[in-house]
Design a protein around this ligand. Structure first.
Ligand code: ZN
Length: 249
């Protein structure tokens, strides 16, 4: 089975369409979404619609839950809060009902999905330290644990017999193709962000998992950033949120 793993779409329809086209070209059969479909960008409703059309397993991010009152707005930066208030006014009752179906964690046979960390899925902590990755890997009941939230692509390989981190892969070349050792190792994997990359590369980021390989590949896809920025400015969203898309920060 071949999966596309998407996270942090953040209402960026141009980036989402580019990623879905690349995934289709790579013969992806199923989709995994790690949360934050909405927030920041100008196309929350089309992004929700597009994701709901896919054969996808999806969990909630902090922005998704903020729109239904499950995360405090005061938790967010001023810009994020402004965009969330703008977003909430545009959602239909159907959109809100869909967001209410999203859970903070999903567990399958092979993989676990969580937006932040497994220590406290509903708290949305940023998984930024090696120790947190090790803890999440060891807590997972599955060999693979996909996380989002930081918008930074990374693969952390853990030897689960020894309880030690074996490898941290976070540069583009290392992430192009990663052979997975599902017998001996566990993995914490962040596919980066579709709609608001923060690693200095403005292209949309996502991962492909092939369970027959088994392997994982990180992909970057160019999209029409100028159109996305124009829509955000026309919508009156904070200009800083549009500006940052050009530099991927
Ligand atoms: Zn996010």
């Amino acid at each position: 089975m071949r999966y596309a793993v998407l996270s942090d779409i953040h209402s960026n329809l141009e980036a989402l369409e580019a990623v879905l086209a690349a995934a289709a070209q790579a013969h992806v059969q199923q989709y995994l979404c790690l949360g934050d479909i909405i927030g920041y960008g100008a196309d929350p409703v089309p992004c929700l619609k597009r994701m709901r059309e896919l054969p996808a397993t999806m969990i909630a991010g902090n922005h998704d839950w903020a729109c239904i009152g499950k995360v405090e707005m005061s938790w967010f930066t001023r810009y994020a809060r402004t965009a969330l208030e703008w977003t909430r006014e545009r959602l239909s009752f159907g959109d809100l009902a869909f967001l209410r179906t999203l859970r903070a964690k999903h567990e399958d046979k092979l993989f676990t999905l969580v937006h932040g960390t497994l220590r406290a899925p509903e708290k949305f902590d940023y998984l930024i330290e090696i120790a947190q990755a090790l803890e999440t890997a060891l807590m997972a009941k599955t060999p693979l644990c996909f996380v989002g939230h930081t918008h930074l692509p990374v693969v952390i390989e853990v030897d689960h017999h020894q309880g030690q981190v074996r490898r941290v892969l976070n540069d583009a070349e290392q992430l192009q193709h990663v052979a997975l050792d599902l017998q001996q190792a566990k993995y914490v994997i962040n596919p980066g962000s579709v709609g608001q990359p923060r690693d200095g590369d403005p292209r949309a980021s996502f991962a492909i998992l092939d369970t027959d390989g088994p392997w994982l590949e990180m992909h970057r896809v160019s999209y029409d950033v100028a159109t996305t920025q124009r829509k955000m400015r026309d919508a009156g969203l904070p200009p800083m949120l549009a500006d940052r898309l050009a530099v991927g920060h």
